[in-house]
Design a protein. Structure first.
Lengths: 171, 717
């Protein structure tokens, strides 16, 4: 924390102008490119440069899960992944989870009417999708472990568990 | 999609290349039309306006405008449901549009105080019933039959004897020309088809597929991004800054300063964030730099002060405490809390000579408009406010500060700009649930009857911390003194879900259990006896309904099997009246390896008629989880004016692996709806603390519970 007596912001030497570079990314089955500084987190490349706004900013330090995407099928926090670190990986965002918005989890989320404000739900669904991919019939404990890295400030957790179970049962 | 409800056309995303850097995005919130008040006037071809709330197309699609901001409380679904019920239209033919702020057309466009549904219930029903009657009249005219022979069902007018039918779409053109009736008959509750059913959120399809809906998702071609550096502690002001490095960084357009803040303006979020870190700022002291330790000392002084303001006085407390056979006393304290909605504060503004355009997440658009007009010294007619869906609010977005920042910045840099707060900005930038400390005293006479009651509230920037001056148990006790005293601090505060009662209820319900124990009575029976007394021999004015209060207590006790559980199951009771609704809860604990574990919470709610079974359940369960999480963990502390918690790594919120089972019951009494966004939160902490006492014989009087009580609590959740 900055203490009030220390009167200036810390200056980080590594924050000098970093030359832009062109990054080619495989997102949702398409190859897209962005001219950005190599330290730009994937989250902001998706949102500011590629127009994929489903991946949300919540904390910027991988503590809330709102920005979860799949990197080669594994759930990752895009707010903490520099774009330079993910070359040649396959990136999937909520927009690419299914073609028609009909992934079993998306349908279950609607059927159970999980969302309140809805802001964290894309991230929750992405982690749940990675879970079901690995473990199609998860126990309650498996679901809780897989989603414990996510925060839902509205407190929709009960219905999240119900929805994951519903999708798992239908899959 | 599995849902067949029609949705608005929000889901298109326009990507255009700009000369400068990469891609900027334009997505338009209300389709392609202009963003002024005419947007929702349904100037769509083949659509006809019936009133402020709806238009009907010749295709039979009914567009219902939802005037109140959607913050997750489900109003964007339940308001249109209420209109659709009386209109008698098929819900799958209803399309919902968010209306912008328009004080001329709508009342109370606020998401706060759990007041939207109670305030609008009759008005929305009348809007639907009026349009329905106009459609019936148009059909009757066409068929040349009396209106009394016509009926409606699912968007169709029927003439029973002839078997003729006309759809609302076929009738829209003629019906819209009819003078609206002054009086209409509303449906009997038994005829409701939609109200009281499980209806899914109208934005679900957009939410689960990641469509842009929220303020942070608003982009427009040419829009700039800004982050502001605000004073790092309450009590500091800006002295000077040097942005030489920042200004030379890639993507940075400008660095400007206003109102003790430095704004870094650029093209993309990451560039702006990085540049902000290079700005050298000197701050200077302009006020006290307060710490939590200071507040802890201050609370003790305030509780002893003779300057408290009296809020309620019945009988003679001084006398009765002197002669009491037994006096009980307890103190309870809560810390500051951050609202921490998942979407941090942000707002878009575009200020030009002709108009001020404001778009973003606000719970309270009318003050945004008025305050911006005043700030920029422009006539209010020039200012428009459009509400995006909000990624939570919890009271934080009732304030206008973030919108004022955007407007002021746009007027300085003369460009459209979105001001973004990082999570750290959001947590350390002010407007918190105020910290409070309460002292309760109870006087029992020789028969163990509660004859005197004192409550003193001490607070930091809460105003009156005892605001429930005529709430239970007041009315049931002959001698009462309630007073409060407030310390004015540079630390900013504001309403936080169930303001004041979010902690006061915990303190009061804990104390009532202590009194019950001292009188040898069962906790539930003790409360029922007090209510009985308030009914038979009330003292002073009360604002609660005794029969509704009793009913909700009895329902919770019955469903939880109160008093009938095995010895190794520990239950705690709590009940609270707020926002015109009644909620009783029973928390149930067991012991695992000698430590208490919260297994389940039973909850009984009387909010009158339930509009949307799904939305109502979401509000109740969400409030309970919210109340539990903050009672357990929520703690924002200060050192020399600066918040010590900055992000979710050191400010703990409840997570999915920490929730107990819940069982919720609604009282079915047919009374017009009362509040539901908040009332299930206040009683929660008391139920848990009272169960904890049964399980451990120890009372925790301060929140958060997990603050120095690790040994006692183990892993409670």
């Amino acid at each position: 924390m900055p203490t009030p007596q220390s009167v200036s912001n810390p200056i980080k030497n590594n924050l000098k102008n970093v030359p832009m570079a062109n990054f080619s990314l495989k997102v949702n089955g398409k190859t897209l490119s962005a001219d950005v500084s190599p330290d730009t987190p994937l989250l902001w490349v998706l949102r500011d440069h590629l127009g994929l706004l489903g991946t949300k900013y919540g904390c910027g330090i991988a503590a809330c899960g709102a920005c979860t995407v799949h990197i080669d099928g594994a759930p990752m926090r895009s707010c903490s992944l520099p774009v330079s670190s993910i070359a040649d990986t396959k990136i999937t965002t909520i927009e690419g989870l299914s073609e028609k918005g009909d992934h079993p989890l998306q349908l279950a989320w609607d059927e159970k009417d999980v969302a309140q404000c809805g802001y964290c739900q894309a991230g929750q669904i992405m982690s749940a999708a990675a879970l079901l991919q690995k473990n199609p019939k998860p126990s309650d404990a498996d679901i809780e472990t897989a989603l414990a890295g996510h925060i839902c400030r509205c407190g929709t957790y009960h219905r999240i568990i119900e929805a994951v179970k519903l999708a798992s049962a239908k899959k | 999609m599995s849902s067949s409800t029609q949705y608005n056309r929000r889901d298109f995303l326009k990507i255009t290349t700009t000369a400068s850097s990469g891609l900027f995005l334009g997505f338009n919130l209300l389709s392609t039309k202009k963003l002024n008040a005419a947007v929702y006037a349904a100037e769509l071809a083949d659509n006809f306006n019936f009133n402020a709330y709806m238009s009907i197309g010749t295709d039979g699609i009914v567009t219902i405008f939802s005037p109140n901001p959607e913050v997750g409380q489900g109003i964007k679904t339940s308001f249109p449901m209420t209109v659709a019920e009386e209109l008698d239209v098929d819900w799958t033919k209803v399309k919902v549009e968010q209306a912008p702020l328009d004080a001329a057309r709508f009342e109370r466009q606020v998401a706060g105080g759990s007041g939207s549904t109670p305030h609008s219930w009759k008005r929305l029903r009348q809007a639907g019933a009026t349009a329905r009657q106009m459609l019936v009249e148009a059909a009757a005219n066409q068929w040349k039959v009396p209106m009394s022979e016509c009926s409606t069902d699912k968007g169709v007018v029927l003439h029973k004897t002839s078997g003729k039918t006309l759809t609302y779409g076929e009738l829209a053109l003629e019906a819209a020309k009819i003078t609206p009736p002054k009086e209409v008959k509303l449906k009997d509750r038994k005829d409701f088809k939609l109200i009281g059913t499980f209806v899914k959120g109208v934005d679900n399809p957009a939410i689960i597929t990641g469509k842009p809906l929220f303020g942070l998702d608003f982009y427009r071609e040419g829009m700039l991004i800004a982050m502001l550096q605000r004073p790092p502690a309450f009590g500091l002001k800006l002295k000077s800054f040097d942005a030489t490095t920042a200004k030379a960084m890639s993507g940075i357009v400008d660095v400007v300063s206003f109102k003790n803040k430095v704004a870094i303006v650029g093209k993309t979020t990451w560039e702006v964030k990085k540049a902000r870190e290079t700005v050298k700022i000197e701050w200077e002291k302009e006020n006290n730099l307060e710490s939590t330790d200071d507040h802890n000392r201050l609370f003790k002084e305030l509780l002893k002060s003779d300057k408290a303001e009296v809020r309620r006085k019945d009988g003679d407390t001084e006398g009765v405490f002197k002669t009491a056979a037994k006096v009980l006393e307890a103190e309870y304290q809560c810390p500051f809390l951050s609202h921490s909605p998942m979407e941090p504060m942000n707002f878009f503004a575009h200020v030009t000579a002709d108009k001020v355009e404001l778009i973003g997440p606000t719970q309270n658009p009318q003050p945004v408009r008025a305050e911006v007009a005043k700030l920029l010294n422009v006539s209010i007619e020039k200012v428009t406010v459009q509400m995006t869906r909000m990624g939570g609010g919890f009271g934080r977005r009732l304030r206008s500060d973030f919108a004022l920042e955007a407007a002021e910045l746009s007027s300085i840099i003369k460009a459209p700009v979105k001001v973004m707060w990082t999570r750290e900005d959001d947590m350390t930038g002010g407007i918190y649930r105020p910290a409070c400390r309460y002292r309760f005293r109870a006087a029992l006479d020789k028969d163990g009857t509660l004859v005197g009651y004192q409550l003193r509230g001490a607070s930091i920037n809460a105003g009156d911390a005892t605001r429930a001056g005529n709430n239970f148990p007041v009315g049931a006790i002959p001698n009462v003194l309630i007073d409060s005293i407030d310390h004015k601090s540079p630390i900013t505060t504001g309403p936080w879900r169930a303001p004041i009662t979010n902690f006061l209820a915990f303190a009061e319900q804990s104390f009532l259990d202590q009194i019950a124990e001292a009188t040898g009575k069962d906790a539930v029976q003790f409360r029922l006896d007090l209510l009985e007394k308030a009914q038979k021999s009330p003292t002073g004015a009360i604002k609660y309904d005794i029969d509704r209060f009793k009913a909700v207590i009895q329902l919770a006790a019955e469903k939880a099997g109160w008093g009938k559980k095995k010895k190794d199951v520990f239950q705690g009771f709590s009940v609270y009246f707020s926002h015109a609704s009644y909620v009783a809860q029973v928390a149930e604990m067991v012991k695992v390896k000698g430590k208490p574990v919260l297994k389940k919470i039973y909850c009984a709610v009387d909010c009158g008629i339930v509009v949307n079974k799904s939305g109502a359940m979401n509000q109740v369960v969400g409030s309970m989880v919210d109340g539990l999480g903050h009672a357990m963990y929520g703690n924002l502390t200060f050192k020399n004016g600066a918040p010590e918690q900055t992000n979710f790594n050191n400010y703990r919120l409840i997570r999915i692996n920490e929730i107990p089972e819940v069982e919720v019951y609604f009282v079915d009494n047919g009374i017009d709806p009362t509040g539901l966004g908040e009332p299930a939160l206040p009683p929660l902490g008391g139920a848990v603390a009272n169960a904890l006492y049964k399980a451990t014989n120890k009372r925790i009087n301060n929140q958060p519970f997990m603050n120095g009580n690790d040994d006692l609590l183990g892993k409670l959740l």
